[in-house]
Design a protein around this ligand. Structure first.
Ligand code: UDP
Length: 457
């Protein structure tokens, strides 16, 4: 029998990267004969260019396919979670026929949290084992499944009276004041649906490891805590699933980094979809200039109302981002800084010895990539579960310093202080030491095979 796994990722690099890495692990550590990865996207050519090298290294055992969705002109509305869940819902017929057409028939199916409706498709196609890959923290999984275990009224009452949810055996999750009640209720309902579907899987894989989230992982293993909510569905920590830096990659940023002193450069990036407002972009530029710190900044065109605008708005991606910087900024900072338009080779930058800090939007992949490379962070969350990640890395793990947002903006003085704190000061030394310790635990976790060998057979 040929052992074949079918893996499906929802739109966005933050989902594609870990599912591709999981695919490689299944081949290399779990004796799969073949893995087919389906990447759902509304822009195949952009996805292809971002995934790059993997596509050119043709390997008959590791096949990558795209499921193209046309959502142009459609108002998907709501938060990022509801938008992506809606896109995955629209993709279900294509997912069904793509998986059905696979030869040999897959016996293992994996989909990320945003596509849990596809578990029913896998069941209908009589695939032996169906799984969810959580591309973010175990804590976020805890929140999702615990919310689903409460009835709607209890959940709403709880959140509106306390603004926080106490999850058994885990840190509580604080919620921001509600600005748009209809979107909020829609997001909660969508999250509850996802949480209820997760426990219909045969197993859940999470992109984390024990030393990173000991308490939450412990709660999943404890039948009196989240173990009860999971109803015997096993939860495996399979992280860190991080794309390794490509040795010898040629890129202007890396040439520039080669010329800088060790750990002297702060890397500034807001993930694959994050965008700042025009006012915030200017404030950040002045903050970096005033700090006098060497920097690499991935600059995006601003977005006024939606911090994840560049994920969907293709016209936004075609705008010249440097036009929004203060006059003369690039010239004035040319000896200490480098601005990169829209996209940079992040793994290679974080792995470079000249990189000494990372101002990040706290997307989970960015957080893990920073830890794996022992780089301390400045946490600047923008949307979705990034605030939970920011809390975890600054308050709990103490591997980041968190920016203070006052009146909706992070002021240039605050940016100067944060950058200096992480790069220069005593607190920065402590943060750097902590992240380097955690890096060692990530290396140990990488050496292990996380899913028991008998599990798939
Ligand atoms: N990324 C990159 N270059 C960029 C921006 C992002 O390579 O200029 C990669 C980054 O290394 C990470 C992924 O895109 O693997 C972003 O995932 P993350 O979870 O950090 O954030 P998201 O984009 O999902 O908000």
């Amino acid at each position: 029998m040929v052992f074949h796994g079918a893996l499906v990722a929802s739109p966005g690099m933050g989902h594609a990267v870990p599912i591709l890495e999981l695919g490689k692990r299944l081949l290399n550590h779990h004796r799969f004969d073949r893995v087919t990865v389906f990447l759902v996207t509304d822009d195949v050519s952009r996805s292809k260019s971002l995934i790059g090298k993997l596509l050119t290294e043709e390997d008959p055992k590791f096949v990558i396919r795209f499921i193209q969705l046309d959502v142009s002109g459609q108002d998907l509305g709501g938060s990022l979670l509801t938008k992506l869940a809606e896109m995955m819902r629209k993709a279900l017929p294509q997912i069904r026929s793509a998986v059905m057409g696979l030869e040999p028939r897959p016996s293992v199916f994996v989909v990320d949290l945003l596509g849990t409706e596809a578990l029913a498709v896998a069941k209908e196609l009589e695939i032996m084992k169906k799984h969810v890959l959580v591309t973010t923290s175990a804590w976020f999984l805890a929140l999702t499944v615990y919310m689903a275990s409460l009835d709607k009224e209890t959940l709403y009452k709880h959140l509106s009276s306390r603004g926080a949810l106490i999850i058994p055996g885990c840190n509580p999750v604080k919620f921001d004041p509600v600005e748009d009640p209809s979107n909020y209720l829609r997001e909660l309902a969508e999250s509850q649906r996802i949480g209820a579907e997760v426990v219909t899987a045969d197993g859940v894989f999470v992109n984390t490891w024990h030393s990173l989230e000991p308490m939450t992982i412990g709660s999943f293993l404890d039948p009196e805590n989240l173990g009860m909510v999971m109803r015997d569905v096993p939860v495996y920590s399979v992280g860190p699933l991080v794309r390794p830096a490509e040795p010898g990659l040629k890129h202007g940023v890396l040439d520039w980094l080669d010329l800088q002193p060790k750990e002297s450069v702060v890397y500034v990036s807001f993930g694959s979809g994050g965008a700042l407002t025009a006012e915030q972009t200017i404030e950040l530029a002045y903050g970096l200039e005033l700090s006098g710190q060497r920097f690499v900044w991935v600059v995006r065109p601003p977005a006024e109302h939606d911090p994840c605008a560049s994920m969907f708005d293709k016209t936004n991606n075609e705008t010249e981002p440097l036009d929004f910087l203060p006059d003369g900024f690039v010239d004035r900072t040319k000896y200490i800084g480098l601005v990169v338009r829209t996209w940079a080779p992040q793994e290679e930058i974080l792995a470079h010895e000249s990189t000494g800090g990372f101002v990040t939007h706290c997307g989970w992949n960015s957080v893990l990539e920073s830890i794996v490379n022992g780089v301390p962070m400045v946490a600047w969350p923008l949307y979705s579960e990034q605030k939970m990640n920011a809390w975890m890395i600054s308050e709990e793990l103490k591997i980041a310093s968190r920016v203070n947002v006052a009146d909706g903006i992070v002021k240039k003085e605050e940016i100067v202080e944060m950058v200096k704190r992480v790069m220069d000061e005593e607190e920065g030394k402590e943060i750097r030491k902590n992240v380097k310790e955690l890096k060692k635990t990530a290396e140990e976790a990488l050496k292990k095979t996380h899913i028991p060998s008998a599990y798939f057979t």
